[in-house]
Design a protein around this ligand. Structure first.
Ligand SMILES: CC(C)=CCC/C(C)=C/CC/C(C)=C/CC/C(C)=C/[C@@H]1[C@@H](COP(=O)(O)OP(=O)(O)O)[C@]1(C)CC/C=C(\C)CC/C=C(\C)CCC=C(C)C
Length: 588
């Protein structure tokens, strides 16, 4: 009996597990626990018979003085623990590195091209075939080496065992494996493998595990690392990352295509996941994918705060919030960028009509599509058509349009005369947005809140939206004055001895600074009053919503800083500070 192998864990596998857990903890959800648990189960169940065979046939062995003693099918418990902790660590590394990527946009439709000599294979299906041939070839070569029963036996056993799993995972998830950025694929495999190669070198040198001669090539990748060991860790980490990718591929299909999978569960069963993976790529909804791709680009280009916040959401809610953002942004831009008040009014009328058709249960869906295709510019159509309106009530969408109508009123007379007008405006353009975010959250996640509690939380959300809009107005006083708008109430200007025209002419100076502070005080008072309600939302949404709210309120904190001078243009929060804010919001 000895503790050598246990010490390898204490020194080399448990510390990274603790570090990775601490790093990922604020972002982790029950879905992640489910994914990792599922993969660990598959890893343990599939490795035990193979490893047990290797030990029984003497391909590798563990001197009795290096292990504590208990064995499972001849496998020392330390080794069983190795399967678990390796799967755990590599999975966490993958989850951390892939978090910023919005994976559903990497799905792609493949339809056989029509060709005079019959349907023509697409490039994708050729890649799939090439990969299949490679993994089938590798498995066959492994089989041959095992049959020969010489120095290639250990290599052969690795290939025969891993080849079929890799073949299967490739067949199911090749689109993701090839299409995703390398931060989701090669990098987690490479980092985990290089780390384990180093650990293995140290363990083999100390004789913690011994690979017997006669069934190995006696070639080394570097001094102390047998080529078979290098292959083993490369292959096992590839299996783990491919397994995670296949899982995420299935989730992306489930969440991207509501027509194929209406209302998927937050934790889908393995059967549903397989069903998603076996869905033919030729029936993927191309319009939906375009809508998602455009939504991500729009969010990335237009809002750094919400883009960062969106990456902390997971699964269905992440897609739905992006689609909601895309709709709100397009609607706002259509009105703001119109060349005349008449044109802007026309857009608002068309948007009202769009909502009328969308919420008219008696009309077929095609009525909405043909209305959008006929009446809206090409680059805005997907934002309208993909709005998840069946998860939202009509009222906040309609009120948002009423908010835009208030913006247009600036063309005739200043619409924000009193503080009540200001509050009404902010409720319409931002309280409504918060309400819709919360409606989506309650739609997707199971909550134990009563109807009354939900109503109270949604009201608090609306006040938080108003707070964010006040920050937005405080930030943009100069920008708005340049386009002929002053959102500070006329009553406040009066009290400060300023006229509307004074602010349009010179939106800077001590009196404006005082009014800005007054508005920010109101914003922070609302924020303080409403933020507790975030902690009553379903647990999966709390951290990400804190990130959304805090990143935006940070703009207000920058504006409030002693000595901060607002120049022409906008106050922004530096990237490092935004990341710090997001991190501490997640850890609250
Ligand atoms: C991650 C996440 C939450 C993403 C989605 C957010 C979303 C759907 C935003 C829509 C934004 C939008 C374009 C709305 C149109 C009207 C408008 C301009 C509103 C102002 C946003 C400012 O964005 P930006 O600075 O990019 O705008 P301009 O450049 O000035 O045009 C608003 C300030 C509204 C934003 C309000 C929210 C996102 C609501 C936040 C509150 C919650 C999510 C509720 C918190 C919950 C509780 C229980 C307190």
């Amino acid at each position: 009996m000895g503790f050598e192998y246990a010490l390898v864990h204490l020194k080399y596998t448990i510390p990274p597990a603790i570090a990775l857990t601490a790093l990922y903890r604020p972002l982790s959800t029950r879905l992640d626990v489910y994914k990792i648990g599922f993969l660990i189960t598959v890893a343990v169940v599939s490795t035990i018979p193979w490893d047990s065979y290797l030990i029984r046939t003497g391909i590798w062995s563990y001197p009795s003085h290096v292990i504590i003693g208990p064995r499972l099918y001849d496998i020392p418990l330390e080794e069983v623990f190795f399967f678990i902790i390796q799967t755990y660590n590599t999975s966490l590394l993958y989850l951390i590195l892939s978090k910023p990527t919005f994976q559903p946009v990497y799905l792609s439709v493949q339809r056989p091209k029509l060709h005079p000599l019959g349907p023509h294979n697409t490039l994708w299906s050729r890649y799939r075939l090439l990969g299949q041939l490679f993994f089938a070839g590798v498995t066959a070569w492994g089989w041959h080496l095992v049959k020969v029963n010489g120095v290639g036996t250990y290599t052969g056993l690795i290939l025969v065992w891993a080849g079929p799993f890799l073949f299967l995972l490739w067949t199911l998830a090749y689109q993701f494996i090839l299409g995703l950025p390398i931060s989701n694929t090669l990098i987690p495999i490479a980092l985990a493998t290089f780390y384990l190669w180093t650990v293995d070198t140290l363990a083999l040198k100390r004789g913690t595990w011994v690979i017997n001669t006669g069934t190995k090539y006696s070639m080394h990748l570097w001094d102390g690392l047998d080529i078979e060991e290098a292959l083993f860790f490369l292959v096992t980490n590839t299996l783990i990352v491919f397994g995670q990718l296949a899982f995420d591929n299935a989730l992306s299909i489930l969440y991207a295509f509501p027509k194929l999978f209406p209302n998927p569960a937050v934790h889908p069963s393995p059967l549903i996941l397989m069903q998603a993976l076996f869905t033919s790529t030729s029936i993927y909804d191309e319009a939906r994918l375009t809508g998602l791709q455009e939504a991500v680009l729009r969010l990335k280009r237009k809002s750094r705060s919400f883009y960062l916040a969106s990456s902390t959401f997971q699964g269905q809610i992440r897609s739905d919030l992006m689609l909601l953002y895309s709709f709100c942004r397009v609607a706002d831009d259509l009105v703001d960028d119109a060349s005349s008040a008449e044109e802007a009014n026309e857009w608002i009328a068309k948007l009202h009509r769009f909502l009328h058709i969308a919420y008219d249960g008696k009309r077929p869906e095609s009525a909405m599509s043909s209305y959008v295709l006929k009446n809206f510019p090409y680059d805005t159509q997907s934002a309208l058509l993909q709005l998840p309106f069946h998860k939202l009530s009509r009222e906040p969408l309609q009120d948002l349009l009423h908010g835009f109508e208030m913006d247009l009123a600036f063309n005739s007379a200043p619409p924000i005369r009193t503080e009540t007008n200001l509050e009404t405006y902010a409720q319409r353009v931002a309280g409504t947005v918060a309400q819709m975010c919360n409606e989506l959250i309650f739609y997707i996640y199971h909550s134990t809140n009563t109807l009354e509690e939900k109503h109270r939380i949604i009201q608090a959300g609306n006040r938080m939206g108003i707070a964010l809009q006040y920050v937005n107005i405080a930030r943009d006083i100069s920008v708005d004055a340049n386009i002929g708008r002053v959102y500070l109430p006329l009553a406040w200007l009066d009290e400060a001895g300023l006229s509307y025209e004074d602010v349009l002419k010179d939106p800077q100076g001590p009196r404006i600074d005082d009014l800005r502070s007054r508005l920010l005080d109101k914003a922070f008072a609302l924020y303080e009053e409403a933020r507790g309600a975030i902690e009553e939302l379903p647990v999966e949404a709390r951290g990400p919503l804190r990130v959304a709210v805090e990143s935006y309120m940070e703009i207000g904190r920058v504006l409030r800083q002693e000595g901060f001078v607002v120049k022409a243009g906008r106050a922004t929060v530096p990237k490092s500070r935004r990341l710090r804010v997001a991190w501490s919001a997640l850890n609250k």
